[in-house]
Ligand binder design. Structure first.
Ligand code: DGL
Length: 268
């Protein structure tokens, strides 16, 4: 790679939904992606642990020369964005704010649903960000942890997935929301069954798409027409990552390397 790349990290494979949108938007940029497959899932872990992992992940991408860090993981974005902004010498963007802006723009009745991991929902990062922009909004949140393994299993059309989505979403749907934020990297993979269950009157906000749009404000398009390179790194299970990745990206991943982040960057 001759240019400084865009650095993206996630707890695992789900962040490829964000990678896909950014790659679409920036075909000429080099991108380095790190999936922390050794320590996934982040959703049920404590805030401090997720912050420590996020720092290590971002520092690894900085070592690869990243000129901007994109936190694809909603759980990391919810708890570690400010910390990373404070300690890194490059711009850091998370997925919460773009998703929130897009939800507020889309909602007519200001009744917004949020679904995400336990960590994301517990942090209240989405609801706080919504209230900052619209004090009158009503926000209904629900952690949907089972949707992550269902998406990884490729069960988009499976009846178990539909039943699970219904079970999680029923209480929120009764609140007459008109917009639902898919606040987890994996949920865009299940967009179709989710839309089927909530009906066409509810707008789904895909935070992966939203971040692609918002990056334009920070990252100008490069003056080159050389196709950008992709480099993928994981901390474990490269075969499984490669398999799921080719399903999400509709192509085989060429450069996939397993790395060991070690403990050297651990800070207290
Ligand atoms: N990447 C995580 C997120 O978007 C979902 C998977 C996990 O729990 O690590 O919150």
């Amino acid at each position: 790679m001759k240019k400084r790349p865009i650095g993206i990290f996630d707890s695992g494979v789900g962040g490829l939904t964000v990678f896909k949108e950014i790659r679409k938007k920036y075909p000429f940029e080099d991108i380095v992606y790190f999936g922390d497959t050794a320590r996934v899932p982040y959703g049920p872990k404590s805030m401090n642990t997720v912050i420590q992992y996020s720092i290590q992940n971002a520092r690894f991408l900085m070592q690869l020369g990243a000129k901007i860090i994109v936190i694809a993981c909603n759980t990391s974005s919810a708890v570690a964005l400010q910390k990373l902004k404070d300690i890194l010498p490059v711009p850091v963007v998370g997925v919460i704010e773009p998703g929130v802006k897009s939800a507020i723009k889309s909602s007519k009745n200001s009744r917004i649903g949020i679904i995400g991991t336990e960590g994301t929902i517990r942090s209240k990062a989405y609801s706080k960000a919504i209230f900052r922009l619209n004090k009158k909004a009503e926000v209904y949140s629900k952690a949907c942890p089972l949707l992550v393994p269902l998406a990884e299993e490729g069960w988009e059309d499976h009846p178990v997935t539909k039943i699970t989505i219904k079970e999680y979403l029923n209480p929120i749907l009764q609140k007459k929301i008109d917009t639902l934020v898919l606040g987890c990297t994996h949920y865009p993979i299940l967009k179709q069954p989710i839309q089927q269950i909530v009906g066409s009157n509810i707008k789904l906000v895909d935070s992966a798409e939203a971040i692609g749009e918002q990056l334009e404000d920070i990252l100008p398009f490069p003056e080159t027409s050389r196709a950008g390179e992709d480099h993928f790194y994981v901390s474990d299970n490269e075969e499984k990552f490669g398999m799921i990745a080719s399903r999400i990206l509709n192509k085989k991943i060429e450069t996939l390397v397993k790395v060991n982040l070690g403990e050297s960057w651990y800070i207290s």
